[in-house]
Design a protein around this ligand. Structure first.
Ligand code: AMP
Ligand code: MG
Length: 337
């Protein structure tokens, strides 16, 4: 299959919608990361996403809608708390898990009795959903296990020959996948941190539970609250180790372990580095780190180094999402100095 990249225009959006209506898969820009989209109600279309990504079959998709009305056919119950969250944070980087209706195929929900729903803010994604006339199931547009793509070129690098079309809508604004919260449990539980912070969720919901797997490795044989927690994620080819230290100690550590090494550090660390360096935002600005992290992980592979020492970010606010992704890309290896 030949894979075409088209700048997002009225015409190419129309083409993407036609492919989706016909049961195909398209690479689409959203404000979080690029997604691989197909008709969420069509099992065989969704199956093609699993195949293109090499995604484990029990890992469910997020279903994207362009209006609140589109949520009702997807869910058994649209809880009041979900409506309040939607009112405050949609369209935006928040996914809400709710009990699913019978209309959502088991393929889309990974055989679970719940469904994950999000209303994205990216105008291109919104238009594609509207024109397709169906909710769009879309996981991140990377090969399973790799960092999520934040531009059309990175989607092409992973998906060349696997899908028909990629719409180029520029760089993603947030750079990390959406926050995932479940309201299908007794107490609201944060399963994946993202652009909407725990504090923002608590403004609406009161106290929430932060799943243990957000900041630590799932214990062997433990049941994952979200299937995605079980799998290897966001890993570049190079080995990544996180160094938790202040600026000086971090720089000293890197220079004393410089053989075949690269640094994944903040812009304000860069001048002190003695090895090939890739930066990811400023040390005091979690949003700038979020926006850069996945690109930086891909760029590390181009340095030719064998190991990357990553300067540990703050885990406050949006920083929790940055830390969560970096931790997984490092296989949970952290050295504290
Ligand atoms: P991705 O679409 O690649 O950003 O991944 C979506 C994430 O949401 C994965 O970690 C899934 O395991 C998780 N997810 C999707 N639907 C559900 C659900 N119904 N219950 C729990 N987790 C879900
Ligand atoms: Mg993903």
């Amino acid at each position: 299959m030949k894979t075409e990249i088209l700048k997002a225009t009225e015409e190419s959006i129309e083409k993407a919608a036609e492919i989706i209506k016909d049961g195909g898969v398209v690479g689409l820009p959203t404000e979080t990361v690029y997604g691989l989209g197909a008709n969420a109600f069509d099992s065989s279309a969704v199956e093609k996403i699993f195949e293109a990504k090499g995604r484990p079959k029990d890992n469910p998709m997020i279903v994207h809608v362009s209006s609140i009305d589109e949520v009702y056919p997807l869910v058994k119950k649209f809880p009041e708390e979900a409506k309040k969250l939607a009112e405050k944070y949609w369209p935006g980087p928040l996914t809400i898990i709710m009990p699913k209706s019978d209309k959502v195929p088991a393929r889309t929900s990974g055989n679970l009795d719940t469904v994950a729903v999000r209303m994205p803010s990216h105008p291109v994604m919104r238009k594609v959903i509207e024109k397709s006339g169906c909710p769009i199931a879309a996981p991140s547009a990377n090969l399973s296990g790799s960092p999520s793509p934040t531009n059309a070129k990175y989607v092409f690098d992973d998906m060349d020959g696997r899908i028909e079309l990629i719409l180029d809508g520029g760089e993603c604004e947030v750079g990390l996948e959406s926050t995932v919260i479940t309201l299908a449990t007794e107490k609201p539980r944060l399963l994946r941190p993202g652009g909407i912070t725990p504090e923002q969720l608590e403004e609406v919901l009161g106290e929430i539970i932060i799943d243990k797997a957000v900041k630590s490795k799932l214990e062997e044989n433990a049941k994952a609250s979200s299937p995605g927690m079980k799998y290897k994620h966001y890993a570049p080819k190079i080995k990544v180790v996180i160094i938790k230290a202040d600026k000086e100690k971090y720089a000293e550590y890197v220079s004393s372990h410089s053989k075949n090494a690269a640094a994944l550090c903040f812009e304000d660390d860069a001048q002190n580095m003695s090895v090939p360096t890739v930066t990811y935002g400023r040390s005091d600005d979690s949003s700038s780190q979020a926006k850069r992290l996945f690109d930086a992980l891909r760029e590390l592979d181009e340095t030719g180094a064998e190991i990357a020492f990553a300067h540990c970010p703050s885990d406050e606010g949006v920083g929790l999402a940055v830390y969560n992704r970096l931790l997984r890309s490092a296989g949970f290896e952290v050295i504290e100095l």
